[in-house]
Design a protein around this ligand. Structure first.
Ligand code: PMP
Length: 469
């Protein structure tokens, strides 16, 4: 067989096997985005999800560990301590595994279970601490990590917010790559700030090699950084759902002096941009890329001359599938509007008439009901026969059925379900729900005989929360 390239000499030949996973860090691809409206500009995405740990933070993780090795603070078999539940933790876990260091991460207890499972599965030791306390409190995650490192023989505190190797990784890696990939023609770079490493490193590289390149900040609404760039006294920090960027303080590693434009982007606009990119271009990116992409599109559309605009996309979207790519999550938080019906259907979390309810049939086995409760993380299932509700089955019903004899998991749902259910008509007023909740019933909404869905207390709370805005 003849290959379409000359293996020995051709630049189009695919790269040879890397010597180890760490050798795969960097040299990430850039793709041009053509299906979104970028005004007169060309828009490029640098896909940092291609790093082996899945994000841009592999670069500083490797750089910070190697810097500590070089200056002798980190010895073979040493301990690395950091305070993070994010991509930095995953990057450090990757490098620690490859180099044989023990990694201890101090994580606020509000972080998602998925992130903690992921880090533990990579071999990191996770220490949970309080998320409801701020700087200065002994349980504050940064302070706790620093103390822990000081008290542990052979340990170093990585401290990505102040570690100079963090921006340096971008100044010597990410920056030159972008410059080479765009053949030196880069008019603007859009990025966000978490630790500030990316923005500062790119600012420094471009200040030297291409001073006309604009540095544009994409900041979540609620973060104070845009105010700092625009030299306004920062307003009180708010909260946002986009992960990895935005701050209520200016990290030591964030040098904002070269930022010429800053955009504040809401969660809604960030999520919409990421979802649009997936729909139009098929690229699954994370939420902070959504913020940066939204800012880049605004910047691009404001231009009168054609410009080449680069967004550094910090991570991929797989870890956000149950959040911003989940329509129900988006609806529950009011980011997607369902057409209003004006009746109780507006309150149903998962509508059966739209194919969204999780249900069982009376002759399904109890183990099917058990698996469905677990898979969808719901507390009860309606039991349906031809769109009519004939019962409800919840954890207590299941437990009661099998507690004496686990073999009963093979029995049908009809043997264990509750048939004492009260229905509520779809045109009943909302206060009528209160009566059902007071009796500890879940509201079963019907239109005549036809089952439409369940309303639980959290569905009512979601509805009221949406109406507040
Ligand atoms: N996006 C995501 C998803 C991140 O995890 C991070 C790192 N916190 C950033 C953006 C920001 O990068 P930096 O720390 O270099 O400012």
């Amino acid at each position: 067989m003849t290959l379409p390239f000359n293996l020995a000499a051709d630049a189009s030949a695919p790269p040879r096997p890397a010597k180890n996973p760490l050798a795969l860090i960097g040299n990430t691809p850039v793709v041009e985005i053509t299906k979104l409206d970028a005004g007169p500009c060309q828009l490029f995405l640098k896909l940092e999800s291609a790093n082996p740990g899945g994000s841009i933070k592999d670069r500083p993780a490797l750089a910070m560990i190697e810097a500590a090795e070089r200056d002798g603070r980190l010895k073979p078999g040493g301990v690395i301590v950091e305070a993070t539940a994010g991509n930095t933790g995953l990057g450090l876990a990757l490098v620690s595994a490859a180099k044989g260091y023990r990694l201890v991460l101090v994580i606020p207890d509000k972080m998602s279970r998925e992130k903690i499972f992921h880090l533990r599965a990579m071999g990191a030791e996770v220490i949970l601490t309080r998320s409801d306390v701020g700087k200065g409190h002994p349980e504050y995650y940064q302070d706790k990590a620093e103390r822990l490192a000081a008290a542990t023989p052979g340990a170093i505190f990585i401290n990505q917010f102040a570690n100079p190797a963090n921006p340096l990784a971008h100044q010597t890696g990410t920056g030159p790559e972008i410059f080479a990939q765009l053949e030196g023609k880069v008019d603007a770079i859009v990025c966000g700030v978490g630790s500030g490493g990316t923005l500062t490193g790119l600012s420094r590289f471009f200040a030297e090699c291409s001073p006309a390149t604009e540095i544009v900040l994409a900041d979540p609404v609620g973060s104070i950084l845009k105010d700092v760039v625009e030299k306004r006294p920062p307003g009180e920090a708010g909260s946002w759902l986009v992960e990895g960027i935005g701050e209520d303080f200016v990290p030591l590693n964030a040098d904002l002096s070269r930022v010429s434009r800053a955009y504040a982007v809401s969660d809604a606009e960030s999520f919409a941009a990421a979802r649009e990119l997936l729909k139009r271009e098929g690229l699954l990116v994370g939420s902070s890329t959504g913020t940066m992409l939204a800012a880049a599109l605004r910047y691009a559309r404001e231009q009168t001359a054609p410009k080449r605009v680069v967004v550094v996309s910090p991570d991929g979207g797989a870890k956000y599938l149950s959040k911003m790519f989940n329509d129900y999550w988006m609806e529950d938080l009011g980011f997607i509007e369902r057409p209003a019906t004006g009746d109780l259907r507006d309150l149903i979390g998962r509508r059966h008439d739209l194919g969204a309810a999780v249900t069982v049939a009376p002759d399904d086995k109890l183990q099917v009901a058990y698996a469905r409760l677990k898979l969808y993380d719901v507390s009860q299932l309606p039991v349906l026969e031809d769109d009519r509700i004939v019962g409800l089955v919840d954890e207590s019903d299941l437990l009661l059925a099998v507690i004496e004899n686990p073999a009963r998991f093979d029995e049908p749902v009809s043997a264990a379900m509750t048939t004492n259910i009260e229905t509520i008509a779809v045109d009943a007023p909302i206060p009528a729900l209160r009566r059902m909740f007071d009796k500890d019933f879940v509201a079963v909404v019907v239109d005549d005989e036809r089952f439409l869905g369940l309303i639980t207390r959290i569905d009512l709370l979601n509805h009221l929360r949406r109406r507040k805005d």
